[in-house]
Design a protein around this ligand. Structure first.
Ligand SMILES: Nc1ncnc2c1ncn2[C@@H]1O[C@H](COP(=O)(O)OP(=O)(O)O)[C@@H](O)[C@H]1O
Ligand SMILES: [Mg+2]
Length: 290
């Protein structure tokens, strides 16, 4: 379809939805509920992409997550800081389905109950996760790594005969530009610098068009220059994607953050701009003042 046709289609849908709203509801609160949302489809009409409420996780009686409530806005870049053992990684494990909490609510948009989905299903719903260590295929080229990221849900047989469509090729070039590895297309991933490997892995996530990206200590081990480029990368992703970034590097947080959430003992200790949380006595005591 041409962009024009797509545009026309979108306008028709919009008109249809508006007429439906006018005829079905008296406006106000009910209006947003009358929009069509299919099962499993992300509904962000309330502006939140992630919503966690009173979540609890215990490991052998130890409360790693303790009545945690937190939400993230659509297109937001949220930074999470907090001492080691605060539960930051466990929180990501919960969102991605790796760990199931004993109680609480975790929603993707306002209709998708993440607790009822498995880890691979959650990835397919559009939540991408970047672990601390880069996990690229070292013996493959940058291009092949990105290509492979498109094929993950196909069988091995399908992979061998897989051919990129024009659209997928465009996507690949777009991602390569975003992660600034244009010059390194044919280089073996194993020969990239640590920072470049991290960007490549982020690129592999981007190939899947995630709506929410979770990044755990992405600049650990990077040079200052690589850290700066990562800051630029994340700022460029903000708005197009929603991001949750866990980091200890305060100058990096300062560079990219709007709202910072401080996690401690499995729940939110403070939230606000970096300046606000850095001035908070409780935060200084448990984290910054060490
Ligand atoms: N699978 C697990 N089994 C037992 N304890 C765990 C497990 N995962 C995490 N923990 C504990 O939960 C707490 C929070 O860990 P984690 O989420 O990794 O913290 P952070 O990422 O903030 O450093 C820590 O005390 C950790 O030892
Ligand atoms: Mg951690």
């Amino acid at each position: 379809m041409t962009p024009d046709l797509l545009d026309q289609g979108a306008k028709r849908l919009q008109q249809h939805l508006q007429t439906k709203e006018q005829t079905q509801s008296s406006g106000g609160r009910g209006a947003s509920y009358s929009r069509i949302h299919h099962a499993g489809e992300l509904d962000v009409t309330h502006g939140r992409i992630l919503y966690m409420e009173d979540v609890n996780v215990s490991f052998d009686g130890f409360k790693a997550i303790n009545n945690l409530s937190l939400d993230i806005g659509l297109g937001e870049l949220r930074c999470i800081i907090g001492p080691n053992g605060a539960g930051k990684t466990t929180m990501m494990d919960i969102i991605t389905g790796k760990t199931k909490p004993q109680s609480g609510r975790v929603f993707f948009g306002s209709t998708i109950d993440l607790l009822s989905y498995s880890e691979p299903e959650i990835a397919k719903l559009g939540i991408g996760r970047k672990f601390q260590k880069p996990t690229v295929f070292e013996y493959l080229s940058v291009w092949e790594n990105l290509e492979l990221a498109l094929k993950t849900d196909k069988g091995v047989g399908a992979s061998i005969y897989f051919k990129l469509s024009a659209e997928q090729k465009n996507k690949l070039f777009e991602v390569i530009e975003t992660i600034q590895l244009q010059e390194d297309l044919n280089r073996q991933a194993g020969n990239l610098s640590h920072g470049q490997k991290q960007w490549l892995e982020i690129g592999m996530l981007l190939m899947q068009d995630p709506k929410l990206l979770l990044l755990d200590e992405p600049v650990a081990g990077m040079t200052d220059q690589e850290t700066e480029r990562t800051a630029e990368l994340f700022l460029s992703l903000k708005g197009k994607h929603s991001l949750m970034v866990v980091e200890h590097d305060m100058s990096f947080i300062k560079r990219i953050s709007d709202v910072v959430t401080v996690l401690c003992d499995g729940s939110v200790l403070a939230q606000g701009t970096l300046d606000q949380v850095q001035a908070d006595e409780r935060v200084i005591e448990v984290y910054l003042g060490r």
